[in-house]
Design a protein around this ligand. Sequence first.
Ligand code: C5P
Length: 223
Amino acid sequence: GGAGPLSGRRVLVTSGPTVEPIDPVRYIANRSSGKQGHAIAQALRELGASVTLVSGPVQIPDPDGVVVVKVETARQMLEACQAALPADLAVCAAAVADWRVAEPAAEKTKKAEGVPPPTLQMVANPDILATLAAPGPNRPKLVVGFAAETENLIAHAKAKLARKGCDLIVANDVSQGSGTFGGDDNQVHLVGPHGVEDWPALSKLAVARRLAAHLAALLGGTK
Ligand code: C5P
């Protein structure tokens, strides 16, 4: 950590997609550039926090001054997050695959004339945000999740806040034409137990810096 309002604070950020193998050469993944999550890690670091960034595969550079743990699957991401505890704050910005293939094939699945396409048997992945937010001695003081929705944004975010047990949801519109996926701008709404704050469209770095300042104020002097 350095100087700043988050000096001495440990924070955990998840970012990027998870990728879940089908066989050694194929996988299932989510659309996520990691731009917003990485920017949040950078912004929290700028405020002096000791940051661990747990990231799925992305095409962008590691933020400076941040410990980066690279993972592929949701289960690996959960394990890396739990290894990074205790933390004062957790921000879950990763696009985690909800399901994985139950039994990935050990060898490449071959196509053959007259053989029908394979059927994938899926099982649920752990919910990293809900796991981190569950009550317990290791629960960070503040747990923040994201809600990427294409419709009924605020209603879905409020439901998610309750269902996941987290303290704040950053809701963003990812409907077609919003330009959020892979883009540099983001328009978000902060949904907490006491209401909703609508933020203007900002660059992902500006959203990150404003969010970091907001979270630093929420953490305040609590130790
Ligand atoms: O349930 P949904 O995927 O819409 O919730 C999004 C939020 O939950 C994000 O903060 C995401 O990082 C987190 N999440 C998670 N683990 C999962 C699924 C979602 O941490 N398996």
